[in-house]
Design a protein around this ligand. Structure first.
Ligand code: G3P
Ligand code: CA
Length: 325
């Protein structure tokens, strides 16, 4: 009996102190333009556990790694293809073939007025390009093989309803790629995420996805999807999520009140944990911290107070270092 207690004690103490996973948000995007293969390679070398891929489709139905359905804020599309904007003045990835997308140069994110969003980040003009999802998969698989590591992938299906309106089914296409690479199983080192709850349910219940799913949480006024995030954040909504997904991906102010230091907890993390859901919070940025918080103080609040099981960070090296200390 004493032995059993000892084993239980060791297991308990290990799980009580289990580190959250470090998810490189758009690669090591705090240092190199987001979603480029260079930012992915840097995230790999910085010790991230997972590397994130936001996915949208090209005109010919190829998933490419881009955060937005638009191209204007991270590429030189307006210089190369000035006549290809829609009536709203925006350039859409889905209006360009993969061969055309490959001609674009990727730069650090700018706003629509052309000002760099994070002024201290990468300011150079090297020839970064848009990777396809499969190119990035191959890169991570090869680096894993060569360095004897097991860094996972964390793709996000972007705007599935919008893609359907444009005539393409992004979930079916992404899932077929994941199946081709034998990644659609519950033990594969991957989380598939989406903001659209109808699509998360469709992935699990209609498309029979077997891999781990994460329901992202937004606020209703962001208009990310038709999902009702007020309901999804409630006890009942979380219970619905737990029927089809392994975790939630909340914006960290949904877990913590960070208007002033120290943070106080919202009910979200305890309610999600009680249902056995993983909690992967976004987004830790050392150049975008809440007023009055240092980076370690924010990480302390997320990890020790909210007990998140994963952190999305633009600066994965800083989270790795924090966890080592
Ligand atoms: O997917 C987690 C986080 O990236 C969600 O926000 O807008 O950066 O994709 P976003
Ligand atoms: Ca994302």
């Amino acid at each position: 009996v004493r032995k059993l207690f000892a084993i239980f004690g060791v297991c308990f103490s290990l799980s009580a102190f289990a580190n959250p996973i470090v998810i490189a948000h758009r690669g090591a995007s705090g240092y190199l333009p987001e979603h480029t293969l260079e930012a992915v390679t840097l995230a790999f070398t910085q010790g991230a556990d997972f590397i994130e891929q936001d996915l949208v489709l090209s005109k010919d139905g190829v998933p490419v790694v881009l955060h937005d359905i638009h191209l204007d804020t991270v590429t030189d599309v307006a210089q190369l293809f000035p006549d290809r904007k829609r009536d709203d003045g925006r350039f859409y990835a889905i209006d360009f073939s993969l061969q055309e997308l490959k001609q674009l140069t990727v730069h650090e994110r700018k706003n629509l007025q052309g000002k760099q969003v994070y002024p201290q980040r990468y300011g150079g003009k090297a020839g970064f390009t848009i990777p396809t999802f499969e190119e990035e998969l191959e890169l991570i698989q090869q680096l894993n093989r060569q360095f004897g590591k097991n860094v996972g992938i964390y793709p996000e299906i972007k705007s599935p309803a919008w893609h359907k309106q444009q005539g393409l089914d992004i979930s079916v296409i992404v899932l077929s790629i994941l199946r081709k690479h034998k990644l659609d199983n519950s033990s594969a080192n991957i989380y598939l995420q989406c903001f659209d709850f109808a699509e998360v349910k469709r992935l699990r219940l209609t498309l029979n996805a077997k891999l781990k799913l994460v329901q992202l949480l937004a606020e209703n006024d962001w208009q990310e999807s038709d999902s009702d995030y007020d309901r999804l954040k409630s006890k009942e909504g979380l219970a619905d999520i737990a029927k089809v997904a392994q975790g939630i991906g909340p914006w960290y102010p949904q877990l913590l009140n960070v208007e002033q230091y120290p943070a106080t907890l919202t009910p979200l993390s305890s309610q999600a944990s009680a249902l056995g859901l993983e909690i992967h919070a976004y987004t830790h940025r050392v150049d975008g911290l809440p007023a009055g918080f240092s980076s370690p103080q924010l990480l302390d609040a997320l990890i020790k107070q909210a007990k998140v099981t994963g952190v999305f960070s633009d600066f994965p090296d800083t989270v790795v270092k924090y966890l080592q200390q």
